[in-house]
Write a protein that binds this ligand. Structure first.
Ligand code: PNS
Length: 161
């Protein structure tokens, strides 16, 4: 069975993430969405909230599940028996950071493959930060994030104001 990890911060999970995940799920037997627990970074949603939201969004995709992880991605891959890391690429600007991450992971675990999927053009502008910016000022985020995520974002920003 070929298992892949789709890792990220997912603060929050966007329609662009969902697009990459759905396409990865066709390529692998099982895909695990790995939600990083950032020890230092201030996130809008806790790791538990992010995993709960993603699990709800992906509940109809049979071969996918979401869990959070601490520490090194390569260790998480090993502990889950994964053979590949999935990353989405939106634009040239993503390349440098992705190349750096690939190089570190490849140094630590040469047997782990990184598979890059190009983001669909309609999501090439989209990021979690952009979605948060629009939601913070009350803009329409219905095309940017899944419905459940949009509701949770509006609730978070309403509670903050
Ligand atoms: O969505 P992001 O923030 O671009 O995802 C980055 C992520 C979570 C894939 C990366 O920060 C990561 O793998 N962190 C775990 C720590 C680690 O393994 N670092 C070494 C490789 S950069």
């Amino acid at each position: 069975m070929r298992v892949a990890i789709y890792p990220g911060s997912f603060d929050p999970f966007t329609n662009g993430h969902l697009d990459i995940l759905q396409r990865a799920a066709v390529l692998f037997d099982h895909v695990i969405v790995g939600v990083l627990v950032h020890p230092a970074k201030k996130c809008l949603f806790s790791p538990e909230e992010r995993v709960e939201m993603i699990s709800d969004v992906i509940k109809k995709i049979e071969n996918v599940r979401a869990i959070h992880f601490n520490g090194l991605l390569v260790d998480f891959c090993r502990s889950t028996g994964s053979c590949a890391i999935i990353r989405g690429l939106r634009a040239v600007s993503d390349y440098e950071y992705e190349m750096q991450m690939f190089s570190v992971n490849n140094q630590l675990a040469p047997d782990l493959e990184t598979v890059f999927l190009m983001s669909s053009p309609k999501f090439s502008f989209l990021s979690s930060s952009i979605a948060k910016e629009v939601a913070r000022y009350g803009g329409d985020i219905s095309g940017l994030v899944p419905e459940k995520v949009a509701r949770a974002m509006h609730a978070k920003f309403a509670a903050k104001s």
